[in-house]
Design a protein around this ligand. Structure first.
Ligand SMILES: [Zn+2]
Ligand SMILES: [Zn+2]
Ligand SMILES: [Zn+2]
Length: 400
């Protein structure tokens, strides 16, 4: 992700910020230009942008920003919407009468917005269910029921379900350890599940990609339920690292794709961030790789991305060790995994429309017509027993 600055005082600000730490200006993200803007109060709930790309433009805060404090996106003042484009994608929010659920909701929305930023940077379409009831994307943030009903994190035909317990660090770490995973994050869940969604949008019915996909990932028509049972009974093959990005990716070609897709998103986001900060590597030892290339990730060839990625990960993990923390990047990329990542890159490069600014790409399909009634904010729904996503081919327990 690129860096942002307060338009009032030039202080460095972050994608998640709502106030400038230095001058206390209100900050908000404007997806139309993919920028954080500082604002001044224009009265009646309207805010005037101080961003040079948005001279005097008036905005309102998303309802989930102004009232719920879980969002920081802005809406054009004359829009009929009450929710921003990101919040419109969430169909069910956690039951806010439970004490920790608002924090979990905040963390879920934050991870979702970061995902949306990367998708838009790559020029990928994100259509909501309202725009496209058949192929649109929607999120449900559900909680395990009191009767032991378990919410499965997963994807079913554009509907992505997240178990909100994944936003509880202690829970997620416990599951990560129990499953023997080196890496488990909320953002990773969002990336993985949207991988399933984009498989259905870009690969599944596309003759150009389906055969090359099968050559690399295997035959996705093999029975998913059987593959799942086998995986949880026998685990991954001992030598899975020679061909897969994670043990879980060995379960079924769909999961291999979703894991690889998620990994590609991770690489692009981290490289985008380091490039924006001007991070360069100029090691004393001339045999070590340097990193000075600053090609924007959305314009970079796959070879360019890989060439920059490896030296960055060595530095990243060394920095983490100096912090006394586990490696931030606990992965190795075997040649077949690189080939799969290259395939994901090609699919995205062909599908992505780079003619639109980063976040604007996230709303292909045009804004709601002026006459459309304002969308009501989602009600804090409690989940009745059995509200979890119905068992579907791409839904699986525990690990998303
Ligand atoms: Zn400021
Ligand atoms: Zn919002
Ligand atoms: Zn999956």
């Amino acid at each position: 992700m690129k860096t942002f600055h307060c338009n009032h005082c030039s202080h460095l600000v972050f994608y998640e910020n709502v106030r400038c730490e230095r001058c206390e200006s209100l900050l908000g993200y404007v997806p139309e230009v993919a920028e954080i803007s500082a604002f001044e109060d224009a009265g009646e709930g309207r805010w005037r942008s101080l961003h040079p790309d948005l001279p005097d433009a008036l905005f309102r805060q998303c309802h989930n920003y102004a009232v719920e404090n879980v969002c920081n996106w802005m809406i054009p003042a004359d829009s009929p919407d009450t929710l921003c484009r990101a919040c419109q994608l969430t169909r069910t929010i956690p039951n806010l009468s439970a004490p920790d659920n608002r924090l979990y909701w905040y963390r879920l929305e934050m991870a979702k917005r970061r995902l949306l930023y990367t998708l838009a940077a790559l020029g990928l379409d994100v259509k909501s269910r309202q725009m496209d009831p058949e192929h649109g994307l929607a999120f449900e943030f559900l909680e395990d029921g009191g009767d032991g009903e378990q919410v499965m994190t997963g994807h079913d035909n554009g509907l992505i379900t997240l178990n909100i317990a994944e936003a509880d660090d202690a829970y997620r770490e416990k599951v990560r350890t129990a499953m023997g995973e080196p890496y488990r994050t909320l953002l990773g869940h969002f990336r993985h599940e949207t991988g399933h969604y984009y498989f259905s949008q870009l690969v599944q019915d596309n003759p150009r990609w389906l055969e090359p996909f099968r050559k690399l990932f295997g035959d996705e028509s093999v029975d998913y339920g059987e593959a799942l049972t086998t995986y949880y009974r026998d685990g991954a093959p001992a030598d899975w690292q020679a061909s897969h990005i994670s043990a879980y990716a060995t379960m079924h070609p769909w999961e291999d794709w979703a894991e690889t897709w998620a990994h590609y998103m991770l690489i692009v986001d981290v490289l985008d961030t380091s490039t924006s900060y001007g991070v360069a590597l100029l090691p004393d030892d001339p045999s070590e790789p340097t990193l000075t290339d600053r090609t924007p990730v959305e314009d970079a060839s796959f070879e360019n991305l890989m060439k920059r990625w490896f030296p960055l990960t060595y530095a990243l993990n060394s920095l983490n060790r100096s912090l006394g923390m586990a490696d931030g990047y606990p992965f190795t990329l075997a040649a077949p995994v690189v080939d799969k990542l290259r395939f994901v890159h090609r699919v995205i490069a062909e599908a992505g429309d780079k003619s639109r600014p980063r976040e604007a790409a996230a709303v292909a399909g045009a804004p709601a017509p002026a006459a459309a009634p304002a969308a009501p904010p989602p009600l804090p729904l409690s989940q009745p027993a059995g509200a979890a996503a119905a068992p579907a081919p791409t839904t699986q327990p525990a690990k998303s």
